[in-house]
Design a protein around this ligand. Structure first.
Ligand code: HEM
Length: 355
């Protein structure tokens, strides 16, 4: 059986520095299951939506490896491939970054938070110098894995090649979403999102939590949106939280970009794979690892999404996981399967996972 592993874009914009630490980092084996945040607790046989949040930065063992040690998982040897896809999307479609007026400082806040966190998490390959030349607002960022070398002054847009949110989006695999309170409700008021799972950042920015979650079955009506909002309001400044969400992607390829904006580029992937007869094994179990952080300068809250994928063929290499996913898919209520978009594939997926 062939599992598609080729990168979907080239690496023209990325030139890693040839240090021993970079070579070691990029020579890690690519194993999609090893980093996958398995979303179901041991023994669970049914899935329903819930406000499933827990403390971040706590490593979790799985049958295949480990996830969750750092806020930002660069993705090992796949990092340049993911970043090449992300940068290609940003180059082609500026509408993937949308920042409403008044959110500029929150974007700087997010940039600084992440760069500091990244430099602490990956000290051999990522570096942030602070207070350069005695100026407390002057920074120097070096990312040896991508070849970035950028000095900037906090809050001064002319010192970066693009806005601070886009600059960060070009350095990390995470989709970046910022939430602020206005008119008594939490609103999604800034985002740099290239890997949305069949939704659109330019359409959703500016919406409140109830508007965003309107299409999600059982969410607003059940009080879950209210609970999610209450949780977000209470995120303290000194703790980071996370949550996992899952789906089976609409395209049976390793394309991360299955946003509504790029529908013409991926919309026929499933039909073509079905026709070829290799759809089911290449269906991607797609996990979103979301981090909630209250930013220190502005109090804005992040909802950053790191997407992981493993094909059903890769999942099947772990019989316990394959059996659990099959049971959960089989039990999934119709409205959830329909919203998630894979209801018609469930019988074939279950048969494959049990095969
Ligand atoms: C604890 C907080 C939150 C919870 C529990 C939650 C829960 C959910 C759930 C269950 C879904 C359906 C996902 C699926 O089945 O694949 C969803 C979709 C979504 N959520 Fe949230 N969410 C939270 C916070 C947020 C925030 C803060 C934002 C934006 C800043 C957001 C943006 C979205 C978007 C864009 C979708 C896709 C909606 C669509 O299909 O159009 N969520 N959320």
């Amino acid at each position: 059986m062939t599992i598609t592993r080729e990168p979907t874009t080239d690496h023209r914009s990325i030139t890693p520095r040839g240090t021993p630490a970079v070579e070691e980092f990029l020579s890690q084996p690519v194993d999609h299951m090893a980093r996958l945040p398995w979303p179901f607790a041991e023994g669970h046989e049914a899935f329903r939506y819930s406000v499933n949040v827990d403390q971040a930065r706590v490593p979790r063992r799985t049958l295949a490896g480990e996830w969750g040690r750092h806020v930002c998982d660069l993705g090992g040897a796949e990092y340049p491939t993911i970043m090449a896809e992300r940068r290609a999307v940003l180059d082609a479609d500026p509408s993937r970054v949308k920042v409403l007026p008044g959110m500029e400082l929150a974007c700087w806040d997010l940039l600084l938070y992440y760069l500091r966190d990244l430099a602490l998490s990956y000290p051999d390959v990522l570096h942030l110098d602070e207070g350069v030349g005695g100026d407390p607002d002057a920074f120097h960022w070096r990312n040896d894995l991508l070849g970035t070398d950028q000095a900037f002054v906090l809050g001064n847009g002319s010192t970066l090649p693009c806005g601070p949110l886009e600059f960060l989006a070009r350095e990390v695999p995470d989709d970046l979403l910022l939430v602020r309170e206005r008119d008594g409700r939490l609103h999604f008021d800034a985002g740099a999102v290239t890997f949305a799972a069949a939704w659109s950042v330019s359409f959703d920015v500016g919406m409140d939590m109830y508007e965003i979650h309107g299409p999600v079955p059982r969410m607003n009506g059940s009080g879950m949106t209210a609970r999610a909002e209450q949780f977000l309001r209470r995120v303290p400044a000194d703790q980071v939280f996370r949550r996992v969400n899952w789906n089976v992607a609409a395209s049976p390829t390793r394309k991360y970009d299955i946003a509504l904006e790029s529908l013409p580029a991926w919309g026929r992937d499933m039909a073509e794979a079905v026709q070829r007869g290799d759809a089911i094994e290449n269906c991607q179990f797609r996990i979103e690892l979301e981090h909630f952080i209250r930013l220190p300068m502005t109090g804005a809250v992040t909802f950053n999404i790191r997407t992981f994928m493993a094909s059903l063929a890769e999942v099947r290499e772990y019989p316990t996981y394959a059996a659990q996913l099959a049971t959960i898919l089989e039990e999934l209520p119709e409205d959830l399967g329909t919203y998630k978009g894979f209801i018609d594939l469930i019988p074939d997926m279950v048969a494959f996972l049990r095969g």
